[in-house]
Design a binder for this molecule. Sequence first.
Ligand code: XUL
Ligand code: CO
Length: 434
Amino acid sequence: MEYFKCPKIQYEGPTSKNPFSFKHYDENALIEGKSMKDHLRFAAPYWHVMRNSLADPFGDGTALMPWDDGSKSIENALNRVDVFFEFLEKMGIDFYCWHDRDIAPELNDLSASNKALDAVVEKLNDKQSETGVKLLWGTACLFSHPRYSQGAATSPSADVYAYAAAQVKKAMECTHALDGLGYTFWGGREGYATLLNTNMKRELDHLAHFLHMAVDHAKKIGFKGAFYIEPKPREPSTHQYDSDSAACLNFLREYNLIDHFTLNIETNHATLAGHTMEHELTVAINAGRLGSIDANQGDELIGWDTDQFPSNIYLTTQVMMKVLEMGGLKSGGLNFDAKRRRESHDPIDLIYAHIGGMDAFARGLKIAHAIREDGRLSKFLKERYETFDSGIGLDVDVSKSTFESLEQYAIKSGEPILASGRQELLENLINEFI
Ligand code: XUL
Ligand code: CO
């Protein structure tokens, strides 16, 4: 059965009017010596593509999924795998991501759920070998089931904590069985609603031990993939512990986990945290800790995690400037953690949505490269700090100065003359390329 009524999407260039074509994403085109495909490493999330019914807090799902019988049967789960791979093949997307409960149903007990997972993983393995598609990362859903309503690795209940550990153990093993390149922790319920009932210190200690157990288990089973933590400030928890890049890095350092984890940064999470994506990426990169990206965007008018497809070229340009600056993503990729609007209910809307996201990023990549090649922006940035390249500034740069030496210098030199920051000039410069 063919469910996506379109040909395989091909690059036709910016003048094409064919909605089933890429205008900018030319997978083999070389930029800075690397193909667009290798720069962008696009991934599709199983949860949005196959499982998101497009329900919202005010209404039921609208998505038409003619392949899905709505049951929790393993057969239904196995059928979805074929549809998902039809989608990946048509899009030319080489990576994907999942939660355990997206790919297989949660059944009456853990052993039954694990058996269902094994059946689907076996099929995913076959499909991967057939197509060359790779698993970018796997994860366990530790936030949907009511047992996790008060947290998973930060639950006040040791029984829930144990259940969560068992679930992560299995999800890691499935990721490993599929040669997954990474494993993600997003702590949807790892936070609190009120401190009246919360021992924050105890919960954080438990979370750290949980992550150490994951690191130990990876060693035990020979899983060499990357571990990612995905920051988000709120929703569903009022206060989430992994609220932004800085909070995650602090937590990882405090609990001696920093060598084992990098961050998976998501645009809509950055903006919910009151930051720009550029800020969050920069904080992670400065610490050498940017691992992967959940590529989406939020709605400026709605204060939720609306998980929209990235269409903003300024945004994709900023992201790709950061990615190029750090020398490219290694094990990570650009995972479209994005869903269609509730009104876009047809299967074919999934195709349009991903074409848009991929083209927006391809354009961002081309523009970022052009800005780098032009060199004026980096020259300005370098020159802005040139007083630190010699003399008293260099002493500061190499931590040689003291308060006394700086005081002497300040008394001798008088009132500093400050150069303009030229924000508007630089904004004009960026717009030359967009
Ligand atoms: C939730 C979110 C998740 C994670 C994986 O906001 O982004 O889908 O990416 O659990
Ligand atoms: Co995400």
